[in-house]
Design a protein around this ligand. Structure first.
Ligand code: SAM
Ligand code: SF4
Length: 333
């Protein structure tokens, strides 16, 4: 396997998050305006062949892990075909997906058969009426059907992503943490980030992860740190803990209060073919134009290397600088 790209700060870059669509069947309050966003046209979005070519060239230069995201990835027709194309690339040893779970019961078995390894499901609340309020459209029951189908298909370890918002679900973190007790289900609590239109952050929607951890420990007892050798830990941004005797783990992702940029290992590809070195910076490198103009693999690899070189040392949220002009659903969270 080829050695990973190293960026200017000696971070190995071996992970690509691919947004396959900017469309979504939900309108989560922290992610999208109620009216949705202006959507890309069909011709503006990379085809599956274009995506898999980028992944192949990146894979030959050291990218080994790919995550499919969006928008809602399962709203794009034929997603299993893309999973199959990526799974056939020898350099890629891990393909995962982040989904809101609504369509998962329909596709889980086919995705697993095509080569998907596991899924992260976004689940901010256990209460149906609250779920509808936070997503503006969603039916919680459908998400649970999706979770069960994913587990039955072997898309594990299954992780839940929970964005904690004051006044919406901050009173539920203990109940959500309890999901890790009886079954091997993992929860990752996430600090809300100020992206795109989202004004919740500045309006005190923000809840720091240390507050979430304190609430859980106050009600359920002290958490035990999970060692780096545990397979669930990986090399992502979460710090993992476990309730005594629990089968699953609890992760905390604190991009705002305690950024993890020194361990950042990723690039992001937007649905319209821009390579984004940092989620929280608007700098992007266009791959779609060169791809459609007949770029060679070598020149494509050079563009990917350029994105690696451009990765900033860290984001500047604590200094009050939140660049993104794009919504999270347009970048692929
Ligand atoms: N639609 C899929 C889903 O919701 O899982 C995938 C795309 S979504 C943009 C990816 C992740 O980003 C989700 O777990 C979501 O909760 C998270 N997210 C969206 N907006 C966010 C924000 N402003 N701050 C922190 N996380 C956010
Ligand atoms: Fe859609 Fe995911 Fe954004 Fe919610 S977080 S609006 S499900 S893209």
């Amino acid at each position: 396997m080829s050695a990973p790209f190293l960026d200017t700060f000696a971070r190995p870059i071996n992970y690509l998050r691919v947004s396959v669509t900017d469309r979504c069947n939900l309108r989560c309050v922290y992610c999208m305006p109620a009216a949705g966003i202006p959507l890309l046209g069909h011709a503006e979005i990379l085809s599956y062949e274009e995506i898999s070519r980028i992944v192949r060239v990146a894979g030959e230069r050291g990218i080994h892990k790919v995550r499919l995201t969006g928008g809602e990835p399962l709203t794009r027709l034929g997603l299993t075909d893309l999973v199959g194309l990526i799974a056939a690339l020898p350099e890629i040893d891990d393909i995962s997906m982040t989904t809101n779970g609504l369509l998962l019961s329909r596709y889980a078995a086919r995705l697993a058969a095509a080569g998907l390894s596991r899924v992260n499901v976004s689940l901010d609340t256990l209460r149906p009426e609250r779920f509808r309020a936070m997503t503006r459209l969603g039916e919680l029951e459908k998400v649970w059907e999706g979770v069960e189908a994913a587990e039955a298909a072997g898309l594990v370890p299954l992780k839940f992503n929970v964005v904690v918002l004051r006044g919406f679900n901050d009173d539920e973190v203990v109940d959500l943490a309890g999901l890790t007790l009886a079954q091997e289900r993992h929860i990752r609590f996430i600090e809300v980030m100020p992206l795109g239109h989202s004004d919740l952050w500045s309006k005190d929607g923000f809840v720091p992860m240390r507050e979430v951890q304190s609430s859980i420990e106050r009600d359920l007892g002290p958490l035990e740190q999970v060692g780096h050798d545990d397979p669930v830990v990986g090399n992502g941004p979460a710090r993992y803990w476990r309730l005594p005797g629990a089968r699953g783990t609890i992760g905390f992702i604190s991009p705002v209060s305690d950024h993890f940029c020194s361990g950042c290992n990723r690039l992001r590809l937007t649905a319209d073919g821009r390579l984004r070195p940092c989620l929280l910076s608007d700098q992007e490198i266009d791959l779609r134009g060169p791809l459609r103009a007949g770029v060679s693999d070598e020149a494509l690899a050079a563009l990917i290397a350029q994105a690696v070189v451009c990765k900033p040392e860290r984001h500047r949220l604590v200094e009050g600088l939140s660049a993104p002009g794009r919504e999270m659903s347009q970048i692929g969270g």
